[in-house]
Design a protein around this ligand. Structure first.
Ligand SMILES: [Mn+2]
Length: 232
């Protein structure tokens, strides 16, 4: 049994599939997905389809909420400002993946997908780790209590409370980091017990464009270069 974490797929379904092939995921393994399945990349619908298919086939896939899923759920609330906020953050690509116009109402997205989004978790605690989309706000008495910081926070390492963590490591995505930085972070977990595994898959620059899988037990990183058409 192995445990893997992957974050910020952003519609890059072929890249995600290739990464799953690389780690040779089996039904004994647990795959933790840390959110931002949708927006910006070309295959948001297909990413959710693949996750649902894996679950149906007996794979143990555990899915967190990302800020992009939250933006879409807010857009469904009906306020024009919320719809614009989602569209300004790459929501048009998600609508297109459903065969809709990039200015269509998000209410046209089939219920099956909305149900998936509504059931996403805010964080996971698993032996030795806390898994979350963006990070933890350690200025709060209980960093797991807040909702917004879990999916939006950036630059929070300086506030890390090691006493509260009790030896656990926080694995998160949300803030794109170049591959060498992620590799460097992994070597320094004894000093900073946090690992950002968002290698900026959907960003087509030499610094990013990788999807990363982290083996929680072997403490090993796997990288897949983006093979989807992506944002330039
Ligand atoms: Mn994010």
């Amino acid at each position: 049994m192995k445990r893997y974490a992957v974050s910020d797929i952003h519609g890059c379904v072929r890249t995600f599939e290739a990464l799953l092939d690389t780690i040779a995921l089996s039904t004994d393994d647990r795959l933790f997905l840390l959110g931002d399945y949708i927006d910006r990349g070309p295959g948001s619908k297909e990413v959710i389809d693949l996750i649902l298919k894996l679950k149906e086939e007996g794979y143990q896939v555990h899915c967190l909420l990302g800020n992009h899923e939250s933006l879409l759920l807010n857009a469904l609330g009906g306020l024009v400002a919320d719809q614009h906020l989602w569209l300004n953050n790459g929501g048009g690509a998600t609508l297109k993946s459903f065969g809709l116009s990039s200015a269509a109402s998000p209410h046209l997205i089939p219920e099956k997908y909305i149900n998936f989004l509504e059931r996403l978790e805010w964080y996971f605690e698993t032996e030795g780790y806390i898994l979350v989309h963006a990070g933890l706000d350690f200025r709060m008495a209980d960093p797991l209590e807040g909702r917004n910081p879990l999916i939006w926070i950036r630059n929070w390492y300086e506030n890390i409370n090691r006493e509260w963590l009790q030896g656990r490591v926080v694995v998160h995505g949300h803030t794109p980091a170049p591959r060498p930085m992620i590799e460097k972070q992994l070597k320094r977990l004894d000093r900073v017990p946090a690992l950002d595994i968002d290698a900026g898959c959907v960003f087509n620059s030499n610094f990013f464009r990788h999807l990363c899988a982290f083996d929680l037990d072997g403490r090993q990183l796997y990288f897949q270069t983006n093979i989807d058409a992506n944002e330039s």
